[in-house]
Design a protein around this ligand. Structure first.
Ligand code: NAP
Ligand code: G4F
Length: 329
């Protein structure tokens, strides 16, 4: 029997990699997409003829019930979220509605339509926030530092609660930062790789950043979607940290990214208070021991490989755009 999967947030970075993985494994894949004046399907353009897209919203209970009824999904991956921490102070209420209550809405849809479906919740290392221990594992207490982190803690406990209340096969993946050439331009890694490429090719002169001392445990998104899938293949649902077990500063990311194209980062990076957050998560470092032992999961791409992969992809993209500009001017 062909397995059926429903991915919310299929148009995002992780949604696109997960859709590829599930299609390769022979799944029939359904994706929840928001109605928009301009479609946001760029990351899944190459998959569109193999996917079924369903219009829906994490704030609209009816659409989630419909998505479950239409897809009859065996596995549901909830990746939809207002995922940019920086903006969560600007839109704290809708962030809580989508990232927190939205999880309950989807769990309710599953419980009512197909309680045998397995559920993955995209939880996050942002829940650890002002960290109580280093490294952070599945047993580290939460102390979120943003409306985003607060909303995700709600979603985490909603998932645990539906597992304990109704016996749903519902798991949280507590994922540390994972990046790729498909990362949104607002996140620091992609902001850096994009600026490096534009500075190198004469299209920008500086890169304005906030806190250069922030430390993150950065991995490659393609590795992390494999971990999500493995969680739902276990007999019993549970919660798992996915991380590399290494941490690096934003400054180190800049150093490697600029030096990869032969530039000195200190000549171009300008600290700008506008990008400093009201409350910062200073240090994230994950302990992926449980995922390694129980899921056999470990990341394949190193930090330096990740930075270079992102810079190379942006160098190519910017150079194509310049060639197009020249050909059409
Ligand atoms: P992303 O690129 O920002 O993608 C977010 C997705 O959610 C997009 O498809 C977006 O649709 C959709 N979405 C947003 N609001 C929605 C709503 N109200 N209703 C329906 N869909 C909505 O995020 P990502 O990096 O792929 O991350 C995937 C998930 O993992 C998110 O839940 C994020 O919070 C979580 N997470 C990410 C990381 C990381 O480092 N990447 C780490 C831990 C956890 P549009 O295209 O229409 O905007
Ligand atoms: O790239 P960021 O915006 O990612 P952040 O806040 O760590 O959140 C990401 O990872 C989480 C997992 O831990 C996810 F749950 C979440 O959805 C998202 O994917 O910022 C990383 C760090 C921060 O400390 C920030 O203050 O970089 C620092 N930073 C310094 N200058 C900057 C900038 N971040 C951004 N976005 N832009 C800057 O100019």
């Amino acid at each position: 029997m062909t397995k059926r999967a429903l991915i919310t947030g299929i148009t995002g970075q992780d949604g696109s990699y997960l859709a590829e993985l599930l299609l390769d494994k022979g799944y029939e894949v359904f994706g929840l997409v928001r109605r928009a004046a301009t479609p946001s399907t760029e990351r899944i353009e190459h998959l569109l003829d193999r996917l079924t897209l369903l219009v829906g919203e994490m704030t609209d209970q009816t659409s989630l019930i419909d998505a479950m009824e239409t897809s009859q999904a065996d596995e549901v991956f909830n990746l939809a979220a207002q995922s940019f921490v920086g903006d969560s102070w600007t839109v704290p209420i809708s962030t809580g509605d989508v990232d927190g209550l939205g999880v309950t809405r989807l769990l309710e849809a599953i419980r009512r339509v197909k309680p045998s479906a397995r559920f993955y919740q995209a939880a996050t290392s942002e829940m650890f926030g002002k960290v109580h221990e280093v490294p952070q594992s599945e047993t580290t207490p939460f102390h979120p530092r943003s409306p985003y982190g607060v909303g995700k803690v709600y979603g985490y406990y909603a998932t645990v609660n539906y597992r304990e209340s109704y016996g749903l096969h519902a798991s949280n993946g507590i994922l540390f930062n994972h990046e790729s050439p498909r990362r949104g331009l607002e996140f620091v890694t992609r902001k850096i790789s994009d600026h490096v490429a534009r500075i190198k090719q004469g299209k920008a002169t500086e890169l304005r950043l906030g806190n250069l001392d922030a430390k993150r445990d950065w991995g490659f998104a393609g590795d992390y979607v494999e971990g999500m899938w493995r969680m739902l293949q276990q007999d019993a649902a549970d919660d798992y940290v996915l991380a590399t077990g290494e941490t690096h500063t934003v400054r180190e990311f800049c150093e490697i990214a600029f030096s990869h194209v032969g530039l000195d980062w200190e000549k171009y990076v300008v600290v700008d208070e506008r990008f400093v957050r009201p409350a910062e998560v200073e240090l994230l470092l994950g302990d992926p021991g449980k995922a390694k032992e129980r899921l056999g999961w470990q990341p394949q791409v190193t930090f330096a490989e990740l930075v270079e992969m992102m810079v190379d992809a942006d160098m190519q993209r910017v150079s194509k755009a310049i060639a197009f500009e020249n050909a059409t001017s």
